[in-house]
Design a binder for this molecule. Structure first.
Ligand code: BGC
Length: 364
């Protein structure tokens, strides 16, 4: 238990982290960070199990967790599982063995951590699902993420707006992409987008020329750029030799750039392509008028909200949650603290990234 003055210092440290620019550097390493903790001097261990580095947000989270947890007076064990699910399972098991009080999990496969998370609960740890929901287990206490359904809605709206700006009237020829089916977010992003796009497909404004409209048909295994690029190559060859492609729903920036690379190789006109994550290369692309939109989900704020949750839990209190109905993981509704995502296009990029010292460089 921290004294009030120590707690204040810890909060101040986390607030300073949120304002600092320590974000967009890829340290590229996985280490176990320990800290004597200038703020609190505690020896409470917090485990953070991150997935593969499939997008910049995960890379950013690593250093933010290390710095933020140390500043708040915790010891941390921050791990990536680039080797896959079994590596992540072993890492979580090891955090339990080391006595972690809270385990924060960004799951590779949200359905395959039940055994390890049950062990965590049995050992008295609290489990927080970070960014991605953990499914089919009672052994998860809280969820902290940007509102995933809203992300999809914003992507769907951006696609429609981008198409309209290009030519005032449809029908527009489009293709749909979703993320990796083992990531619980992928379906939610897609459902959010389709809540906007399905009526427009039904009324003929949008034409999915390939006919591939179901989640299972449009997924991108492992969120891998090469898989999206390959699928786009195939779609173009099969459906667009004599047809224009007006737009593509892409669930994130990494895949958006892969899709654009594929289209470019055919010599076709640049379609309207959505994205997510505000990755540096995509922000540059948006400013050049190539990728149409992205989503700002500032990782600094998500890590800060997570550390605030950790602080509430380790002080024996209840963390802030603002949604106790949306995230049913198959076994229970997981109380969630959802942050608001923001759509970014060339039109609002300057204002959107005003507080981001890295991204604001590209939007002058
Ligand atoms: C995250 C996205 C990210 C994707 C791929 C998702 O779970 O919410 O921000 O683009 O994983 O890494």
């Amino acid at each position: 238990m921290r004294t009030p003055i120590k707690s204040l210092l810890a909060v101040a440290a986390v607030a300073a982290l949120a304002l600092s620019g320590c974000g967009r550097t890829d340290s590229g390493t996985t280490t176990t960070a320990g800290s004597t903790g200038a703020a609190a001097g505690g020896d409470t261990l917090i485990g953070v199990a991150l997935p593969q580095k499939t997008s910049e947000n995960w890379v950013l989270a690593e250093q933010l967790f290390k710095d933020g947890l140390a500043a708040a007076g915790y010891k941390s064990d921050v791990q990536f599982a680039n080797g896959g699910v079994s590596e992540q399972q072993n890492q979580i098991q090891s955090m339990v063995t080391k006595g972690a009080k809270v385990i924060v999990v960004g799951a590779i496969d949200g359905s395959q951590l039940g055994t390890q998370l049950k062990a965590a609960k049995d050992a008295g740890a609290t489990v927080i699902a970070y960014d991605r929901l953990v499914k089919n287990t009672a052994a998860v206490d809280y969820y902290v993420a940007y509102d995933n359904f809203k992300v999809g809605v914003l992507q769907g709206n951006a696609l429609l707006e981008g198409l309209k700006a290009k030519k005032p009237n449809g029908p527009y020829n489009v293709e749909l992409f979703a993320g990796s089916p083992d990531d619980a977010n992928a379906q939610v992003f897609f459902d959010g987008a389709m809540s906007v796009l399905t009526p427009k497909i039904a009324d003929g404004t949008l034409k999915v020329v390939s006919g591939q409209k179901d989640f299972a048909q449009v997924v991108t295994q492992g969120w891998k750029a090469e898989n999206a690029q390959k699928r786009m190559d195939t779609l173009l060859a099969a459906n667009y030799s004599a047809t224009d492609l007006d737009g593509v729903l892409s669930p994130n920036d990494t895949l958006a750039r892969a899709i654009l690379t594929s289209v470019k190789a055919t010599g076709k006109a640049n379609p309207v392509v959505t994205g997510q994550d505000s990755e540096v290369e995509s922000v540059k692309s948006i400013m050049e008028g190539v990728q149409y939109s992205t989503i700002n989900k500032d990782t600094r704020n998500l890590v800060k909200a997570t550390i605030e949750m950790v602080q509430a839990i380790t002080k024996g209190g209840k963390p802030t949650v603002n949604d106790e109905k949306s995230y049913n993981n198959g076994v229970k509704v997981v109380p969630a603290n959802l942050l608001a995502p923001m759509i970014v296009t060339k039109a609002n990029a300057k204002e959107a990234y005003a507080n981001d010292p890295t991204l604001s460089q590209y939007v002058k």
